[in-house]
Design a protein around this ligand. Structure first.
Ligand code: AMP
Ligand code: MG
Length: 369
């Protein structure tokens, strides 16, 4: 489906706000291939006129610098690592890469940004940026955090087994890197191709950065929602923050989770970017060890203390399949909801305590992938 509005116009619309009766006003920006919705105290932007523009600038910077295939910092680092075996990163990117490397180590590479060449081979790398080219592939439904269609899967056919094996053998892992401050060297895997894809963690980092920006300006309560992946700041005056977890098939919500101040809820799902072939759903979350889409889970939602941790953990636990409980313990994540391949809902005890089945009334947002 074609978007109804061009990107430039969508960005302008960001300055229009919709007052609500709960004291919060909503703003919509476009970044990182999704809508980013902000709920801020009514009057906050009048008191701080440059606020929305600063957030927009920050998101634009992220979109450019954290995209593996563009012309930003990560893309340049990927080229340097592949061509010379070493590269330099900014403090900020080096810190994200270190965090990602730690998660790759803890999860035995269920999470590994080194999966980039496979993501590219499957055709799931388009749609990561909200530039004019990829904007056309996004449906309105997907952008509002609801069920997406197959947008972003530009190829629509499975690569053949030989091509997957070749790409797998040629790909460098984030575990092959030595990160020393801002200097990055390929220790093992020299001669491999490094296409580090931070798509499984960058949205969490971006959400955290916006939350920091809001906190530094004393703006609370607030909700930062990047296409259904979100974090809250402070407490609403009237009731707790309530997040609906979207059903993995069909419309509606599975239930509601209440969030404490500062918490993030991130979801990884097989329904956001996928295509079907011979009755099989082939989606964008790959097992870096096999090169194929992870098969045992439809959707997985994590609550954590920040967006970075929640985002990476949701991707890793999705790939973990039936071993998700053990991996969640290793990662120190205690609130997890999983919908397995048969559509059955499983939860940790900590998630069960705050999960209510059904009830769509009074929701802040529906968390989808
Ligand atoms: P998410 O929606 O946060 O689970 O992230 C999915 C995105 O992360 C994909 O579109 C890929 O760009 C990338 N990705 C896919 N599989 C993995 C993986 N196993 N580890 C790290 N990143 C991945
Ligand atoms: Mg993720």
């Amino acid at each position: 489906m074609r978007p109804r509005i061009a990107v430039g116009l969508a960005l302008l619309l960001a300055s229009a706000c919709r007052p609500a009766d709960d004291g919060l006003a909503s703003y919509r920006l476009v970044a990182m291939a999704t809508w980013v919705d902000l709920s801020l105290p009514h009057g906050a932007t009048a008191r701080q006129p440059g606020l929305i523009a600063s957030i927009e600038r920050e998101l634009g910077r992220f979109e450019r610098n954290y995209y593996a295939w563009g012309d930003g910092e990560l893309a340049a680092l990927n080229r340097a690592l592949t061509e010379t075996g070493h590269g330099e990163a900014s403090d900020e990117l080096a810190a994200v890469l270190s965090a990602a490397q730690e998660i790759a180590r803890t999860t035995d590479r269920a999470f590994d940004p080194g999966v980039g060449p496979l993501v590219e081979l499957w055709g799931f790398n388009s749609g990561e940026r909200s530039d004019a080219e990829t904007q056309g592939e996004r449906s309105d439904a997907e952008a509002t955090g609801e069920r997406g269609d197959a947008g972003g899967a530009s190829r629509g056919v499975s690569p053949d087994a030989g091509a997957i094996a070749t790409a797998l053998a040629a790909s460098g892992s984030i575990l092959d890197l030595v990160i020393d401050g801002t200097r990055i060297d390929v220790a093992d895997g020299v001669g491999r191709r490094f296409t580090l894809d931070l798509g499984g963690i960058a949205k969490g980092v971006a959400v955290d950065r916006i939350v920091e920006l809001l906190e530094s300006r004393d703006i609370a309560p607030a909700l930062v929602n990047a296409g259904g992946d979100l974090r809250v700041v402070g407490m609403r005056p009237d009731r707790p923050w309530r997040i609906g977890v979207a059903a993995t098939r069909g419309d509606g919500v599975l239930g509601i989770i209440e969030l404490e101040p500062g918490e993030a809820a991130f979801t990884s799902g097989d329904y956001e970017r996928y295509f079907e072939q011979d009755g099989e759903r082939l989606h964008h979350i790959l097992d870096p060890r096999t090169g194929y889409p992870a098969t045992r889970t439809q959707g997985l939602t994590v609550i954590a203390h920040d967006g970075t941790e929640a985002d990476a953990a949701a991707t890793a636990l999705f790939v973990a399949g039936d071993d998700w409980r053990e991996m969640a313990r290793t990662l120190g994540i205690d609130a997890v909801l999983r919908v397995d391949a048969e559509g059955r809902i499983e939860m940790t005890a900590a998630m069960r305590e705050r999960f209510q089945v059904g009830a769509e009334a009074g929701l802040d947002i529906i968390a989808a992938d």
